[in-house]
Design a protein around this ligand. Structure first.
Ligand code: ARG
Length: 290
């Protein structure tokens, strides 16, 4: 009992005394005086850190949160980040993450399952934010802001087990299945003479690969691994980051209404806390593994 009190007291003293001194990447002590706001990610980047570390006034300020509900758009066709759970509701890593963030902000989450391609345009009207394994891209940044990045990804290539495709050059002139409006879709645009077969659901692209209607599917790593496992006798995977393909790394972030810095700060602070307190890693191992 006494010991606890002493420890607590020490912790408090340190919190006051050390205000603003500690500068670890993942600090979560409360330093509510103005740390400069570098929550906004303007560069491209692998900078996944939020340096802001106050959560005190998270919930109340932002207009979006004033009704106590965070309306979240997703596209639950992207396991393990989002899929339709046994109860018919969206589930997965992203859903658990946004729920944990909302809990920190003291609001409830309402999830809207919609087409991936309409998420960005719906922010600010139908939905407040979108979490959907969404890659930060310059084009999207013209329409929305992004939270701090929370996950690194890259596109994978799924081909039939007996396919001869083994490099980017082999994809030229091919019919390639993608989910409409995704970065995989954008990559196919760049491949010489290739045509994109665009699907609203990634699994339909994979099924058409199994049926021989497309030559390859380009989709993010983790969903590719899920599908690769599900159909392991029929398909094989290539890592797009391999020298044979040379695709660039991508980073997922939560898409936010443009210019709502208060909301961005609240969400980034909550995200930083979840990283610091281990919740984020728990969700990774629960939903994504290793
Ligand atoms: N990371 C890719 C992109 O941003 C694919 C995301 C697809 N997500 C989904 N929930 N269907 O374009």
């Amino acid at each position: 009992m006494k010991k606890t009190a002493v420890v607590l007291f020490l912790a408090m003293t340190m919190a006051f005394a050390g205000c603003g001194e500690k500068d670890d990447a993942s600090t979560s002590n409360s330093n509510s005086s103005n740390t400069q706001d570098n929550a906004e990610l303007e560069g491209n980047g692998s900078d996944t850190q939020s340096e802001d570390n106050s959560n005190e006034d998270a919930a109340q300020g932002s207009g979006v949160l004033a009704d106590g509900i965070l309306n979240v758009g997703t596209n639950a066709e992207f396991p393990p980040f989002e899929f339709v759970g046994d109860d018919g509701e969206p589930a997965g890593f992203d859903i658990a993450l946004i729920e944990a963030i909302a809990e920190k902000l003291g609001v409830d989450v309402q999830v809207e399952n919609m087409e991936f391609d309409s998420l960005v345009a719906s922010i600010g009207s139908k939905i407040d934010v979108a979490i959907a394994g969404m890659t930060v891209t310059e084009e999207r940044k013209n329409m929305v802001d992004f939270s701090d990045e929370y996950y690194e990804a890259v596109q994978y290539i799924i081909v039939p087990s007996d396919s001869e495709i083994a490099s980017a050059a082999d994809l030229e002139g091919k019919n390639i299945g993608v989910q409409l409006g995704t970065t995989g879709d954008f990559i196919v645009e760049e491949i010489k003479d290739a045509s994109a077969a665009q699907y609203n659901k990634a699994v339909d692209a994979v099924n058409d690969l199994r049926n021989g209607r497309v030559d390859a599917v380009i989709i993010d790593k983790n969903p590719a691994q899920v599908f690769g496992e599900q159909f392991k006798d029929e398909v094989k995977l290539f890592d797009g980051e391999s020298p044979e393909f040379g695709f660039e790394k991508e980073y997922y972030a939560i898409a936010l209404p443009k210019g709502d810095e208060e909301l961005a700060k609240s969400i980034n602070d909550a995200l930083a806390e979840l990283k610091a307190d281990g919740t984020f890693d728990e969700l990774v191992s629960q939903y994504i593994g290793n």
